[in-house]
Design a protein around this ligand. Structure first.
Ligand code: HEC
Ligand code: HEC
Ligand code: HEC
Ligand code: HEC
Ligand code: HEC
Length: 567
């Protein structure tokens, strides 16, 4: 009995509190209760008020904006509670947060320091690794392997392809024209054409050949590869940085300090795409600080450590555009950004950003060690740095939906396969034109003996000519999905040497929200029983190229369906 009374009193209390709130909102002339408030002003270092600054109780959703006089009032707070207040305005470092402020305080002053409006090319990059011996190394605070927490930015980045981009053996062997043992193909040879002058000719495959290479075709220049693959090294010399000469933080590939020094992205306002011939570092605007100063841009406006600021670009797909879009000799080579932009995923309301899919939230409730100044935050605001891609089985098994069906019509067994790109925000496969999907439709009788296909597509030659048990699938029932480049003059196709002029001779990759349907007709086994296995594989590089280079990367099974049919 007593218990019910207490409950009742609580309900009364809550409803009366709520009514106070509503009358307060309705009657604007009545001053808000001071014990529920914090008020004050945001100023710059010259004591000029800053309008439009975000004032927030650190690591909460409770915030307000300063008015035209730089003044703010945070309302509906818990009386007497000490809180940390932070402030941020566009073009300023995040400020405040030095001491706890008790709810009920007025006249609070938060001073913001302006970010210098220029970039310092002489900046010395900070290594991510603690072993580099500086207090600033990200690993010192953004890793907690000792506490068995693997979802911190440093640990995730170390396991992501971005951290290894300068050392990726496939990239380097492609650049140098070598195989993974270091054997090098001969330099490119040329013929004289009456009309066009010097033209490249096909390599002589009767001599040892270890695949193409930028350096075989352009021994005198460094190329633009580093502008995306080795950006720290290339930033001050985008067209003149040989990736194999990178040292120091340059070797850290797409490094932490690099991504968090980005101030803005320069895109063509007409197309929304990076400008022509401005790959990687050329399309970013940086804010590298002067000596003895730091600068970190991130997605939070309440990190009051002095050197941090919020930039909205970090949460937009545009951030990824300079490196995930690139043309060579006017042929579009990399284009995950352009494909995304053209798809419904780029709708600002109903769409999804690159970060939404490749940096999913929710793994952790802090991103800096709690003994290093980190605070507990809402996990839905903390983004993963794993950035899964071409080697992530989970991602690839959640990229498309495949449905296969089979029926027997008199003496024909018909297999119908539909592949829908329903979960990927761009084409599948995307970006590197070395990637493929291979569909295999295998029909066997009760004893496992393969049944001949009467009509239907087959895997193209680039699926590999040889033993199917070793992954050479050319001419088997099925299909290949890829963007096929043909090298001008030599007509070598598919080619991966897109540093030479190439043209796209075929592209049947599946765009976002699109489907591909294919049919295969087989004869019917004598006893009318058949087992149908439909498999969709992801392959990182064309078989012949992988063999020349010695790259060993197993195919990833994206989808598979097994059907048993009986007449
Ligand atoms: C390829 C660029 C890139 C690299 C490399 C990178 N970051 Fe980030 N980082 C981002 C982006 C983009 C976000 C924001 C994502 C969002 O808000 O949608 C982010 C967010 C963060 C945040 C805020 C907390 C969170 O995880 O959301 C921290 C801290 C951070 N990064 C630190 C690091 C550190 C430390 C490294 C290296 C160990 C690193 N980053 C490497 C792009 C990068
Ligand atoms: C516009 C930026 C950009 C430029 C310029 C660029 N790349 Fe890439 N490259 C990328 C991106 C992004 C990926 C990853 C794409 C993916 O995973 O599909 C990549 C992937 C690759 C891969 C595949 C690596 C693997 O592990 O499968 C190779 C090889 C490669 N690039 C070679 C080169 C060479 C050689 C050059 C210079 C001639 C070059 N790239 C220039 C952005 C670029
Ligand atoms: C001495 C410890 C320490 C080191 C070293 C450190 N950070 Fe941080 N960093 C922090 C703390 C603490 C936060 C804020 C945590 C919070 O508020 O939850 C932070 C926040 C950030 C943010 C988010 C900024 C924002 O406003 O969104 C980024 C980005 C970042 N760090 C990048 C880096 C990078 C890159 C490095 C290495 C070059 C690095 N940090 C080194 C302690 C450190
Ligand atoms: C709706 C989710 C989604 C969005 C949005 C999305 N991706 Fe992806 N991404 C995927 C999936 C699933 C895959 C694996 C299938 C594939 O390779 O196409 C993938 C693969 C990739 C790969 C690896 C390709 C390879 O073969 O190595 C890169 C690079 C990539 N995405 C970059 C981006 C960029 C850049 C953006 C934004 C412009 C973006 N993605 C937006 C889901 C998404
Ligand atoms: C400075 C250039 C640069 C920026 C900025 C950049 N990337 Fe990348 N990204 C690369 C390169 C280079 C690779 C290829 C690395 C490799 O495989 O060696 C890559 C690879 C990837 C992959 C494939 C990873 C894998 O395991 O195969 C994904 C996914 C990806 N990037 C997504 C993103 C997203 C999302 C953003 C924006 C938040 C982004 N990238 C920003 C250069 C960049």
């Amino acid at each position: 009995m007593k218990y019910t009374w207490v409950m009742f009193a609580c309900i009364l209390l809550v409803s009366s509190c709520q009514s106070i709130k509503t009358t307060q909102k309705a009657n604007l002339t009545e001053p808000a209760q001071p014990e529920f408030l914090i008020s004050g002003i945001v100023l710059d270092v010259t004591n000029t008020p800053i309008a439009g600054a975000v004032v927030r109780i650190r690591a909460t959703e409770k915030f307000t904006m300063t008015d035209k006089d730089g003044e703010f009032t945070l309302t509906d707070l818990q009386p007497g509670k000490p809180v940390f207040l932070t402030a941020w305005a566009e073009g300023y470092f995040i400020g405040g947060g030095d001491e706890k402020i008790v709810v009920g305080s007025t006249g609070i002053e938060i001073i913001l320091e302006k970010i210098k409006d220029s970039d310092n090319p002489a900046y010395q990059w900070v290594s991510a690794f603690a072993e580099a011996g500086s207090d600033l190394n990200c690993e010192n605070c953004h890793a907690e392997v000792d506490k068995q927490i693997l979802s911190m930015p440093f640990t995730e980045w170390s396991n992501d392809a971005h951290s290894a981009s300068a050392q990726n053996i496939r990239f380097l062997t492609m650049y140098l024209g070598q195989d993974i043992q270091g054997n090098q193909s001969p330099q490119r040879e040329y013929a004289i054409n009456r009309d066009y002058g010097r033209i490249p000719i096909l390599p002589d495959l009767t001599k040892p050949y270890f695949g193409p290479g930028y350096k075989l075709d352009f021994p005198e220049t460094a190329g633009n590869c580093s502008a995306c693959h080795v950006p720290v090294a290339a930033i001050n010399a985008p067209y003149d940085t040989d990736p194999t000469t990178a040292t120091g933080v340059g070797v850290e590939g797409v490094a932490c300090d690099f991504c968090h020094k980005v101030w803005d992205i320069r895109l063509d306002p007409m197309t929304g795409l990076p400008q022509h011939n401005m790959p990687g570092v050329l399309s970013f605007e940086f804010r590298r600080p002067d000596k003895n100063r730091q600068f970190f841009a991130g997605p939070f406006d309440d990190v009051p450590l002095g050197d941090d600021t919020y930039t909205p670009i970090q949460q937009q797909s545009q951030f990824c555009a300079p490196c995930h879009f690139g043309s060579f000799w006017n042929t579009q080579i990399y284009n995950s950004y352009g494909e995304w932009l053209e798809s419904s995923y780029s709708d600002p309301v109903t769409g999804k950003t690159c970060q939404d899919c490749h940096m999913p939230v929710g793994e952790n409730d802090h991103f800096a060690g709690l003994d290093k100044g980190g605070v507990i935050r809402d996990p839905r605001k903390i983004f993963s740095h794993l950035m899964p891609g071409a080697s992530n089985i989970d991602l690839l098994q959640n990229a498309v939906t495949m449905t296969a069906s089979a029926k027997i019509e008199t003496d024909k067994l018909i297999v119908d396969v539909q592949i829908t790109n329903d979960k990927t925000g761009h084409h599948v496969p995307t970006d590197s034109p070395l990637r493929q999907m291979i569909l295999l439709v295998n029909v066997a009788d009760e004893n496992g003996q393969p049944i001949n296909m009467l009509d239907g597509e087959t895997v193209p030659e680039w699926g590999g000519v040889g033993d199917p048990n070793l992954g050479y699938y050319a001419s088997l029932p099925g299909k290949g999905f890829a963007k096929i480049l043909s090298e001008l003059w030599t007509e070598l196709e598919p080619t991966g040497s897109y540093w030479n002029p190439t043209r796209v001779v075929g592209d049947n990759r599946i765009a976002a929200n699109e489907s591909n349907r294919s049919m295969y007709i087989f004869s019917v086994p004598l006893d009318g029983k058949a087992r149908i296995k439909v498999s969709l594989l992801f392959r990182r590089a064309f078989k012949e190229l992988a063999d020349q280079k010695g790259w060993v990367v197993p195919d990833i099974l994206m989808e598979q369906q097994i059907l048993n049919i009986e007449r």
